[in-house]
Design a protein around this ligand. Structure first.
Ligand code: F6P
Length: 460
């Protein structure tokens, strides 16, 4: 296979460039040309197909730096639906005219949904990425646990039946996705920094983290030692939460709570006043779970709780919220993410050059063998109606009584995080941030140099 293409779809994550780098380095060894398609599936929909050659003379272009966050190819949440058959055929035709014989998509569940219809017209495989760590399965037959119900509003609802109650770590399909470790690193550090304000000013801090309906980022936030962790998979027992907040506040005069953006209350209502909108992949856009939780705690504790303790005038002053937001998704990837992203990129090249299509490269873990690479037909991730659901934190990973990871949850986190930070990651901060040159030179965006390399498929 002399020429393949690669694109990055969905939200950006820290290790995307590392995955592209892994693809290109492996392709150099196999003497395969790699074309990068700009702005995800959006670049394929554009009849000019903006693209660049990532390895002229089988040498990786210098702009492709695996330590650089984001993606030099640009990202978008544009997808092609299976109903758009004419467009799918046109895209297949455009790729063929570029001499491309296979496509590697780097993305998460939304990207597989975008890739699946295309894979019927063109060979495609997926290299995984997502900070949410929700691309994968807790065990191989998990998609069969989903049932479909009539939502009443002419929409179908998918509901997860009880999970298998016990799992082993090596049952997990795609143990961790590149981007997750770096996101948790940012979250854990932020918790430590926000803690000092809560502690000094005798406040309750509610920190909202990303992850949509999956609580992996919340779970991993345990490294920052928050007092209470709330994950979207387990509805909040508000009475129990209030009781723990009161106890902790009386004991240590402050409290730090981490709340996943998709957390819900006992009735299943998602706290983050869900805006009516969804993104092009059909994902609900969340806003304000922490704000809503603050409202609930203000109502339950009342001003009197703080006045009686002579700490604050009002509950509103005593409880503050912070969203960690896009800092979770940005910046230099940690060693763990970089290393495995590069490996997964190489695996994706091997898969596509062996003529496989509609498959996903995976990162497996077993206590005896450590991390290994594998692959899986994308359909294995789908339920019987063809839907891919975000992987949820398995109930056995979370102790709802303590609002902390369970023993197994801690065992799950250890192999990812124990050596996740490389010495060079620390050195990068030491040498890079306060370098005098930062004061005098403007930020040099890689987009400027990438733009000089852009090519187009001209005749539509
Ligand atoms: O899926 C990754 C993710 O970062 C989610 O955790 C979050 O809800 C969403 O993307 C935010 O998307 P956007 O950058 O489009 O606001």
């Amino acid at each position: 296979m002399p020429r393949i293409a690669v694109l990055t779809a969905g939200g950006d994550t820290p290790a995307l460039n590392a995955t592209i780098y892994g693809i290109v380095e492996r392709a150099n060894a196999l003497e395969i040309e790699v074309f990068g398609i700009m702005k995800g599936f959006g670049g394929l929909i554009d009849p000019r197909v903006p693209h660049l050659h990532l390895n002229p003379l089988f040498t990786t272009i210098p702009e492709l730096d695996p330590t650089l966050g984001g993606t030099i190819l640009g990202a978008s949440r544009t997808y092609i639906s299976g109903q758009e058959t004419e467009l799918l055929k046109a895209v297949g035709g455009r790729l063929t005219r570029l001499g491309i014989e296979g496509l590697i998509c780097i993305g998460g569940d939304g990207t597989i949904n975008g890739m699946q219809p295309l894979s019927e017209y063109f060979p495609c495989v997926l290299a995984p990425k997502t900070i949410d760590n929700d691309l994968g399965l807790n065990y191989l037959d998990e998609p069969n646990d989903w049932v479909r119900e009539d939502g009443g509003d002419k929409k179908q609802r998918y509901i997860k039946r009880e999970s298998r109650d016990v799992i082993e770590l090596d049952d997990i399909v795609n143990y961790a996705t590149p981007g997750y470790a770096t996101a948790v690193y940012v979250v854990a550090q932020s918790i430590q920094r926000i803690r000092t304000t809560a502690e000094s000013h005798r406040r309750i801090s509610i920190i909202e983290v990303m992850g949509r309906e999956s609580g992996y980022i919340s779970l991993g936030s345990a490294y920052g030692q928050p007092d209470l962790i709330l994950i979207p998979e387990i509805p909040i027992d508000t009475d129990h939460l209030e009781q723990r907040v009161r106890e902790l506040y009386d004991l240590q005069k402050h409290c730090v709570i981490v709340c996943g953006e998709g957390c819900c209350d006992e009735t299943g209502r998602q706290l983050g006043a869900i805006s009516a909108s969804v993104d092009p992949a059909g994902n609900i856009l969340f806003s304000g779970a922490a704000e809503e939780l603050k409202r609930v705690l203000m109502q339950r504790l009342g001003d009197s709780f703080f006045r009686d303790r002579r700490r604050h005038d009002t509950a509103d002053q005593a409880i503050f919220t912070r969203k960690i937001g896009h800092t979770q998704r940005g910046g230099r990837p940690l060693l763990f993410d970089r290393f495995h992203a590069v490996q997964l990129g190489g695996k994706a090249i091997d898969m596509i050059s062996q003529g496989r299509t509609n498959e996903v490269a995976t990162l497996q873990y077993s206590p005896s063998k450590g991390f290994t690479l594998d692959s899986l037909p994308a359909n294995k991730l789908r339920d019987r109606w063809g839907q891919i659901h975000p992987r949820h934190v398995h109930p056995s990973f979370y102790d709802a009584r303590r609002f902390q990871p369970s023993r197994l949850g801690r065992k799950y986190l250890l192999p990812i995080f124990t050596n996740a930070i490389g010495a060079d990651d620390i050195e990068h901060v030491r040498m890079g941030l306060f370098t005098p040159g930062n004061l005098s030179s403007r930020y040099a965006s890689v987009n400027v140099d990438i733009h000089k390399r852009l090519r187009f498929l001209t005749n539509g």
